[in-house]
Design a protein around this ligand. Structure first.
Ligand SMILES: [Mn+2]
Length: 464
């Protein structure tokens, strides 16, 4: 794999030594799709090596309270951005496999090893995910069968969201997976729900700008009729997966035409990028199942993590296709009905408020784990030209606020990075934040919401 820098290969082989020697391992991984996939790769690797291990999924705020109790502690998809001094002191070893921007200089103290792409000139925000770094370690043991999970983690981390496809080290992991016959990938229409959603339903959620078909299934059916694309075959409703090349071409042209009419002219050049992108299809999974498409699989994992059941997702990724898969599907159902109920609640009383440069809502009572998902969904009912911010209490015990932001990718193509902006504004009111350019969030003190909104709105005067 030519693209892995030598220096990175060196630290991967040190990590390999560390793992090989260990007899008792604890893994702490981030409780999101990338983190759970990371955990699945590491756990499968240790299973293959017959090394005893435990795994626990945590959020970043739990790190200060963790204690070293095992011979080797591995942190995956977290650790690089946090103070880890309390883990540096005792005799047991620590391995950090992360892709977030590191706090420390490349450290290689005895017993404390950090593998992070940023140390080797690779951008961890889109070239490799936490799970990707874990896979690169698994690969040093020749466990190529885990490559598909590295793809899943990158898609779950939205590393393909701006360019429409995986690049950099991610692309190498894709190749490994294709070579093993585990994956197929090609360009297609970038409409979510490729395997499971009837095409007219998928189209009604198709977004980034508001169109006549947005949230309107009848309009979507009409559009397909006009393009001579049947919505059913003899057995069932057709999904994107069922469409012929020719049908896809007609649909692509029509979507580009509709969107180009709906946006200011400076955005028109970006439109094709929103309408097409690569799919990542897991060939071992059943067709039309929610596991066949990487992006749909990652949604199912998120439903587990957002309702605090990461272990179910872990078991499914590790291969359980019976009871854990049933549980995951049940959680998915509950998740969707929770979202629908909250969406209705926001809309029934016009709870979306608008300022000059942004829109927002209070989701008091909405779980902080799903406030971002809801902000993304509600954006399609608001004005796509402004970001949507949702506020909610962190949890029952903590009155401070979580704020999540979602926006059209067109704003990011235009050069705005909301992840950086939200981090800046949050720290000015005594909070902290970060994330991607189109999906990010922050934690702020409970009494600082107004100040935060005012400053955020103000800071957009020059850019929006
Ligand atoms: Mn990650």
């Amino acid at each position: 794999m030519a693209v892995i820098p030598k220096s990175m290969n060196k630290s991967l082989s040190k990590a390999n030594e560390m793992v090989k020697k260990a007899e008792d391992v604890k893994i702490y991984s981030h409780i999101d799709c990338d983190g759970i996939s990371s955990g699945a790769i590491l756990s499968s690797t240790l299973d293959h090596l017959e090394i005893d291990h435990e795994i626990e999924f945590i959020s970043l705020d739990m790190i200060p309270d963790l204690k070293k109790e095992n011979e080797l502690t591995i942190f995956s998809d977290l650790g690089s951005g946090q103070n880890m001094d309390h883990f540096k002191t005792s005799k047991s070893r620590v391995l950090i496999l992360d892709h977030h921007p590191p706090l420390r200089k490349a450290s290689d103290e005895s017993g404390f090893l950090e593998v992070n792409p940023h140390y080797h000139g690779i951008d961890g925000s889109f070239e490799v995910s936490g799970g990707g770094v874990c896979y690169l370690l698994a690969r040093t043991f020749q466990f190529y069968d885990l490559s598909w999970i590295g793809v899943l983690s990158a898609v779950g981390d939205m590393q393909n969201s701006l360019s429409g496809k995986l690049v950099g080290l991610n692309q190498e992991i894709v190749k490994d997976s294709i070579n093993r016959g585990l994956l197929e990938s090609d360009n297609d229409l970038a409409i979510y729900g490729r395997q499971t959603r009837p095409i007219f339903v998928a189209l009604s959620y198709f977004g980034d700008v508001n169109l006549p078909i947005t949230n309107d299934r009848n309009e979507a059916i009409q559009l397909l009729k006009n393009l001579d694309i049947p919505i059913r075959n003899s057995k069932r409703q057709r999904t994107l997966y069922d469409l012929t090349m020719d049908e896809k071409r007609r649909l692509f042209n029509e979507l580009v035409r509709m969107m180009s009419r709906a946006v200011p002219s400076r955005y028109v050049k970006y439109i094709p990028r929103l309408v097409s992108g690569n799919y990542y299809e897991f060939l071992e999974e059943e067709k039309y199942s929610s596991l066949r498409d990487a992006s749909e699989f990652s949604t199912a994992i998120n439903a587990c993590s957002r309702h605090k059941n990461p272990e179910i997702a872990l078991k499914v990724i590790k291969g359980d296709r019976s009871s854990s898969l049933d549980e995951m599907e049940e959680l998915g159902k509950q998740h969707r009905s929770y979202l629908a109920q909250k969406m209705e609640w926001i809309q029934e009383e016009d709870r979306i408020k608008s300022l000059k440069n942004l829109q927002y809502f209070h989701g008091n009572g909405i779980k902080s784990e799903v406030i971002g998902t809801i902000a993304g969904m509600i954006l399609s009912y608001g004005d796509w030209k402004k970001p949507m911010l949702g506020f909610t209490k962190i949890n029952e015990e903590n009155d401070d606020l979580k704020v999540s932001l979602r926006c059209s990718r067109l704003l990011a193509f235009d050069g705005i990075n909301f992840g950086q902006l939200i981090s800046k504004v949050a720290s000015k009111v005594g909070g902290s934040g970060g994330g991607h350019s189109t999906a990010c969030g922050a934690y702020i003190p409970w009494d600082k919401e107004e100040k935060f909104l005012e400053m955020f709105n103000e800071s957009l005067n020059k850019i929006l």
